[in-house]
Design a binder for this molecule. Structure first.
Ligand SMILES: *[C@@H]1O[C@H](CO)[C@@H](O)[C@H](O)[C@H]1NC(C)=O
Length: 186
């Protein structure tokens, strides 16, 4: 029996592949400037309610190993690249073990500032690559922050963004970057 995370990753990958397969040649996807969408992988979202921390990873093995430590699988944020394909730039991943917060940013000034504030570059996962501007059919990654939970939270759902601001104590920070959407099956 495969784990739920593995089954979900297969399902999401299948949905995404079928969505790509029906994309007409005239679509906005331009291989020369967009990288190869087939190389993109799901970036999974987990949540640790005891620590109040959202953690994102493409690594299904890491997902399964952190699950017993309280990080529950939730969904996929979108699709990201594991190498720097054309049009993409690094999304840095930092972690602060003192306050248990996973933090993601494309802004190298913010990386430096975070490193002076208790965060270190994390290997779970290593850097992934996303679009710094809205190109190639990508969607915004909204970044929200809860000061009381010390939690950086990222979502591509506009309705979830509104709900977290209205009811869950989060404030709007910025659009962190742009990812390929999970697709019509999600
Ligand atoms: C990067 O972060 C710094 C420090 O927060 C900020 O002043 C700057 O405007 C940011 N740059 C971009 C491109 O968002």
């Amino acid at each position: 029996m495969k784990s739920p995370a593995i089954l979900l990753s297969i399902l999401i990958a299948a949905c995404y592949q079928s969505a790509m397969a029906i994309t007409p040649a005239t679509s906005a996807l331009k291989p020369r400037t967009c990288g190869a969408p087939a190389d993109a992988v799901p970036f999974y979202r987990t949540y640790n309610s005891a620590k109040i921390d959202h953690w994102y990873t493409y690594d299904v093995n890491a997902l399964n190993s952190f699950n017993p430590q309280g990080w529950a699988f939730q969904n996929a944020l979108g699709f990201v690249f594991l190498t720097q394909e054309e049009g993409t730039a690094p999304l840095f991943h930092l972690f602060n073990s003192g306050v248990t917060d996973n933090f993601y940013t494309m802004n190298s000034s913010e990386v430096t500032a975070a490193q002076q504030n208790g965060y270190g570059i994390s290997g779970n996962p290593s850097t992934v690559y996303i679009y710094p501007t809205q190109v190639c059919g990508s969607v915004p990654v909204y970044r929200l922050y809860s000061a009381s939970g010390t939690d950086n939270f990222y979502t591509t759902s506009e309705s979830e963004r509104v709900e977290f601001i209205a009811n869950q104590g989060y404030t709007d920070v910025e659009i962190t970057g742009y990812v390929l959407p999970v697709g019509p099956c999600s």
